[in-house]
Design a binder for this molecule. Structure first.
Ligand code: ZN
Length: 614
């Protein structure tokens, strides 16, 4: 029996207060000029960084991420890879770390060769993937400073996310490739060593000049400023681009208000563009390989459909451009762009595009700290991309989130679950990280829809996007947004779901009755509280629902099944292990009783949720 009803009613306009007082984040503007040698994959450049201290303190030190140093034998990333029981399969060969095998001309590195603060030398020290900098002059609260760095690097063989010569033959996947200022915000410094995952950056404007072999086609974050010099599909349609005499071209990109900058380059990229009506320009870069071209052409209108879906259901995409680029080692989101592997079935290609595009909202505009709250970007992305796939791929899944629920149930069953408050790098198992961030994170939202109502959930998402865009929202921000919209108390939901491994198990304990009425006894077996929707089906096929609100919510959700009459019962206080209510129909008339007909409550034992006439 399935009685799933999911009603996604789009949001109205609500005005709510933004983040609580005490919030701040830094600001950094980058100007970079970089030259890449495509023969040995080394590069060097200059970086002019204007840093604004929005914190209430004077800063004496700053920290840069130098990510490419992770790809060296003996690095923290290498050691972690050697120790974890279930290493990422992309990073090992026959179970052995691929990083440990890298030769000097295959490793990655990133070094500062000089660093000045407002023309004064500063002392700095490289510690693995972090450059620790003692400033020459402290930056007072509200002050700004300029940091001028020269740097050199080597692009590692593709091991994870970025690198050269990925397995599909893309020459350069350049993510986390430049000296990147670590974020200091209201929660402190986030100078996380690069061990596996993931990222947290400082908002700012990027101005990047990239000099590279003129045969290479470049795509990535940012708007190209000199398309008529570059060509390669960027020039105005029907125009000619003058021939270049030298061996290189200098590409000039600008990206306003982003917290990351990625680019990729290959001499064999096909570059297609699709101009959306009332939307950004979409760019596609993929290898000129016969067997993938058809899929990559069909992907383009699907990308426009997905963009439209997210614009409508979450909020307007704020940039003028988005690029889907073949590269990397799976799928990874970047500002205004994604790197995805491209030799996939059409469904898989659309699936990965939809997921990574959704991250434009849930990471590149709502920039949650991925190390601390991975479930807020991966989980929310999984949630909204499941809805999008259902809509644009004609999938008639009754429950589009079924895969996420199954992933969560398997995690609980494995006994390896850790709370979602665990730092992304410090899960004991990669699989537990994955299920916690993606599956349990998606269930957080889908199940919140059960708790507050689907219409209120979608309003919450839109309001959350409106209030916290271009910031670093925290778990409290999403739940406070929901609370203010619904006037329900939801702190219990955030705490039990994200800070503990408490589970939900409610059941139908006993059904008794006579010719007048039927008594139903429910029980709470798991520790986590939940309100209860109960469906009663009678012998004549008619149906009725009952709602046992959770006392600590201090209120009730609307009727999720408006076509069926609902009785709101007295509150169920959490500490009471059982709960009894009466249905005014003879027991002989009751055919079945079902807890949570939507199946959106993540009850780890469904067997006791259904009672059927024996
Ligand atoms: Zn993701």
């Amino acid at each position: 029996m399935r009685f799933l009803l999911i009603l996604l009613v789009l949001a109205g306009v609500f005005s709510l207060q933004g983040q609580e007082n005490g919030y701040w984040q830094q600001h950094v503007d980058y100007q970079m000029d970089v030259t890449v040698d495509v023969d040995d994959f080394t590069f060097s450049g200059t970086q002019k960084l204007t840093y604004t201290n929005n914190s209430p303190e004077t800063l004496k030190r700053v920290f840069y991420h130098m990510y490419f140093n992770a790809f060296q034998p003996g690095s923290e990333m290498d050691m972690r890879l050697q120790q974890i029981e279930d290493p990422d399969r992309r990073m090992v060969t026959d179970g052995e770390s691929r990083i440990a095998d890298l030769k000097p001309d295959e490793i990655g590195y990133m070094r500062a060769t000089s660093l000045l603060q407002d023309s004064k030398a500063v002392s700095y020290q490289l510690e693995g993937t972090i450059l620790e900098v003692e400033l020459a002059e402290p930056i007072p609260a509200g002050g700004s400073t300029q940091l001028d760095m020269t740097f050199e690097g080597q692009v590692p063989l593709q091991i994870r996310r970025s690198g050269r010569n990925n397995r599909e033959g893309v020459a350069l996947s350049m993510s986390q490739w430049y000296p990147k200022m670590a974020e200091y915000d209201f929660e402190g410094w986030h100078a996380h060593p690069y061990i596996a995952r993931e990222f947290h950056g400082v908002w700012g404007d990027f101005d990047v000049k990239l000099t590279i072999d003129k045969r290479y086609v470049v795509g990535g974050t940012g708007y190209l400023q000199n398309p008529q010099e570059i060509g390669h599909g960027y020039q105005a349609p029907g125009t000619k681009v003058p021939r270049v005499k030298g061996k290189t071209l200098t590409w000039h990109f600008k990206a306003p208000n982003v917290h990351d900058f990625m680019w990729a380059a290959d001499p064999d990229y096909i570059h297609d563009t699709l101009e959306m009506e009332n939307g950004p320009d979409l760019h596609f870069f993929y290898k000129n390989k016969e067997e993938i071209i058809d899929n990559w052409k069909k992907l383009q209108p699907k990308t426009a459909e997905a963009m439209t879906f997210f614009n409508k259901n979450v909020g307007p995409y704020p940039y003028k451009q988005y690029s889907v680029i073949q590269g990397g080692d799976g799928g990874m989101e970047y500002a205004m762009s994604t790197l995805v592997t491209g030799e996939r079935s059409f469904n898989s290609l659309v699936g990965v595009m939809v997921h990574e595009l959704a991250h434009s909202w849930f990471q590149h505009v709502l920039a949650t700290n991925e190390s601390k709250h991975a479930w807020m970007d991966e989980g929310f992305t999984s949630f909204i991309s499941s809805l999008c796939m259902n809509s644009i791929m004609d999938q008639q899944n009754e429950n589009p989130f079924a895969g996420s629920y199954d992933g969560y149930y398997r995690l609980v069953g494995s006994g390896k679950e850790q709370p979602q408050t665990t730092h992304s790098d410090r899960y004991e198992y990669n699989a537990a990280y994955g299920a916690s961030a993606y599956s349990k994170g998606a269930v957080f939202l889908a199940q919140l829809g059960y708790v507050i109502g689907q219409d209120k959930l979608m309003q919450t998402l839109r309001e959350y996007y409106r209030l916290f865009q271009f910031k670093h929202p925290t778990p409290n921000d999403i739940i406070r947004t929901a609370e203010k919209l619904t006037d329900l108390h939801l702190g219990w939901y955030l705490m039990d779901w994200t800070q503990t491994t408490n589970t939900i198990d409610y059941g139908i304990k006993e059904v008794t009755g006579n010719e007048e009425s039927t008594q139903i006894v429910l029980e709470r077996i798991g520790l986590m509280p939940m309100p209860q929707d109960i469906l009663v089906v009678y012998e004549d096929g008619s149906r009725e629902t009952f709602y046992a609100p959770l006392r600590m919510m201090r209120g009730e959700k609307g009727n999720p099944y408006p076509a069926i009459s609902r009785t709101v019962l007295p509150d169920w206080p959490w500490a009471m292990p059982t709960y009894t209510f009466t249905v005014n129909k003879p027991l002989s008339n009751v055919r079945a009783i079902l807890l949570d007909p939507s199946q959106l409550m993540a009850d780890i034992n469904p067997d006791n949720n259904l009672w059927q006439r024996p």
